[in-house]
Write a protein that binds this ligand. Sequence first.
Ligand code: LMR
Length: 336
Amino acid sequence: MPVIARRTLLSALACTAAGPLHATDKTQPGITLRFSHVVAEETPKGLAANRFKVLVEQRSGGRIGVQVFPNAQLYGDHDEMQALQLGAVDMVAPSLSKFGRIGLPEFELFDLPFLFDDLTAVRRITQGQLGQKLLQGLSRQGLVGLGFFDNGFKQMSANRPLLEPKDFVNLRMRVQASRVIAAQMRALGARPVTLAFSETRHALAAGVVDGTENPVSNFWTQAMHEVQSDLSLTDHGYLGYAVVTNQRLWHSLAKPDRELINKALQEALSFANQIADTQNDQALAALRGTGTTRVHTLKPDQRARLRTAVQPVQQQLASRIGAGWLRSLQEALGQA
Ligand code: LMR
């Protein structure tokens, strides 16, 4: 899979050398948390990060500040996790598809196509024991997982309708760095190209890739409708996030501060879960309003054929995700 890197870690190292903004020195009362993410502010993640900032700053009387860096301003997909591990930023919220590349391939179970019927099914994992176990695994990378939240279900776009497996044949489809998503695209006959989110619109405009998948809020806020003539409402997979911080930072905070931060975050995440669907619906309405992109709704038999085409993915990727994780997943979803 070709990988086009956006930035190098040099910028992360430069920040670390300059010293992180958060105060670990107990004599310094002020703390500033830097929260970096890759999407626009008017998305479920952007709104959650901003809500978290407001809650933390209000409740700490301004003693704890949160600086939010949206749109990959500071770090993109290829370096945000390392920046976090190095302490150059304090919080990130990558999509669950981006944890495999840092040695946690079990997170890619969320990418299995047609796995979840709805968000209630997603909750059985993210709010259940399996979700807790996934977050605990982040300690293997020196990280602390603070919680999950939704964007929603992904749709497919290209300069043609994508309604049947044959429509995907030989298309270069931008994917996140997830082997499960890459296998899904191959199962449809497409060629997966791993690209950072921040590079995607440009790559679509330049014809480096032909199409992509994302929930509509991401598609709309990156103005991908300007460079894709067709959006097919496939709802074929889930896109969600985990908020992570660095163990060193987390354990350096006083317990009351940790509690304040965690409570504000949980409220911001449940707010994001409440508005995520609406954000995607509003984005779809706005997109329809522009008239630049034709929107296709799949017939049940078309969706069934896509589902059949990608069925082998679970078997193919079982050893990467881990048989134990898949068993627990099926039990939690009542599919065992
Ligand atoms: C993507 O890379 O397509 C998404 O993960 C971006 C995001 O964070 O929603």
